[in-house]
Design a protein around this ligand. Structure first.
Ligand SMILES: *Cc1c(COP(=O)(O)O)cnc(C)c1O
Length: 379
């Protein structure tokens, strides 16, 4: 705290994000039970906004055997926190600090010759996963470059300059089980592994599936699934009831009674149809409540759903409280598991025209965070 120390209002009287690690543990255990091989806990983007180190530790205690992140910086933070499990980092510029990755025992993905050459030069002996594009045209080597990459990697391996421990791909449409891109992606991956073997490589880790494919497509599991969303209760396949770890609450900082016809908020997009009481929540789109949810979102006040009215602004959101006499100071559930009838992450995603992933990774740094630890044995 700075020299200008303000007395904090009582706990719960600021917008608070609570992370229930017991839910992460239960989701991990469920997913571990559903896949044949290992589960890599993907904890990029601060563990999908749930706290990278907390989610990593919890998932490992509940049966995941590895960790996955995008950048080497994220991998470094896992090592700094004392986590010793295998870590794979798959998204780095050509001039990343490969030597540090090797020193920290971090595996790296190699999507092409430029990356391979840079890794060999900076970190001879590094453990790499060759990454093939299985149909997204996003990351990984294009198929026409794959055989060449495998041959170059094998040549480097023979000279002791690199160890090719894995081959990885990624599916574009795994949340739609009937989509033809899934069979294409699986076939491309099988071809990529066969091509690697033909070049003399023996990648022990072969991984294609993330959460949706882990749940829907056993034929895509190979030796390991990279699971992120599922750990935090998001099931893109819509086929399971995973547990939601997040609860976001906020206090009503003020209330006001308005007459019928009173316009509310920026742009006057909502007008009170009848006399009512409005409540003010001290959070808005800067905290991760999407402005596009204006006019659709609901919150839970004293056990009842109440609509968000007018535009969600940067720091403020207005709720129509109706006429039951709710006063300032009441704690409102903005988002949660929904057991109490309150709004869920899935609803916020629908109200905002986006996916749950974008909501959880957008919940801002201004929120007070509290962590409910997982119990013994992670659950
Ligand atoms: C984010 C990511 C994952 C995890 O995907 P989920 O759908 O969240 O399980 C797996 N693999 C790669 C390459 C990713 O970028």
């Amino acid at each position: 705290m700075s020299a200008l120390a303000y007395a904090q209002p009582r706990t719960g009287s600021r917008p608070t994000l609570t992370v229930d690690l017991g839910a992460v543990a239960a989701n991990t255990a469920f997913l571990v039970g559903r896949v044949a091989g290992e589960v890599m806990a993907v904890v990029k983007a601060d563990g999908f906004g749930h706290g990278m180190v907390d989610v990593a530790r919890t998932a490992l205690a509940a049966g995941a055997t590895r960790l996955g992140v995008t950048s080497l910086e994220e991998a470094g933070r896992l090592r700094e926190a004392g986590l010793r499990a295998p870590v794979l980092s798959w998204l780095n510029p050509v001039d990343a600090d490969w030597a540090a990755a090797l020193a920290h025992g971090v595996d790296v993905a190699v999507p092409g010759r430029d990356h391979l050459d840079a890794v060999v030069r900076a970190a001879p002996g590094a453990r790499v996963h060759l990454q093939v594009d299985t149909g997204m045209a996003r990351d990984g080597a294009a198929p026409h470059r794959w055989a060449d990459l495998c041959r170059a990697a094998r040549a480097a391996e023979r000279r002791g300059l690199v160890r090719v421990v894995g081959v990885m791909g990624h599916l574009a449409c795994a949340d739609q089980p009937g989509h033809p891109a899934n069979a294409d992606g699986r076939a491309r991956f099988a071809w990529a592994v066969a091509t690697a073997r033909a070049a003399g490589l023996r990648p022990a880790d072969r991984h294609l599936a993330s959460t949706a494919a882990a749940l829907l497509d056993p034929g895509s599991h190979h030796t390991l699934c990279r699971v992120g969303a599922g750990l935090v209760g998001i099931d893109p396949s819509g086929t399971t009831a995973l547990r939601a770890p997040l609860t976001l609450t906020a206090p009503l900082v003020d209330v006001r009674d308005v007459p019928a016809g009173c316009p509310v908020g920026y742009g006057h997009t909502w007008t009170a149809p009848a006399p009512t009481r409005l409540g003010l929540l001290p959070l808005g789109y800067a905290d991760g409540l999407p402005r596009t949810a204006s006019g659709r979102a609901e919150v839970l006040v004293r056990g009842r759903r109440r609509p968000v009215v007018g535009r969600i602004s940067m720091d403020m959101t207005v709720v129509d409280l109706g006429a039951d006499g709710t006063g300032a100071g009441e704690t409102v559930t903005v988002l949660g598991p929904g057991d109490d009838g309150g709004p869920t992450l899935r609803e916020w995603a629908a109200w905002s025209g986006t996916i749950e992933h974008e909501i959880v990774t957008g919940l801002g740094a201004r929120l007070v965070r509290t962590v409910r630890p997982a119990g013994p044995r992670g659950l």
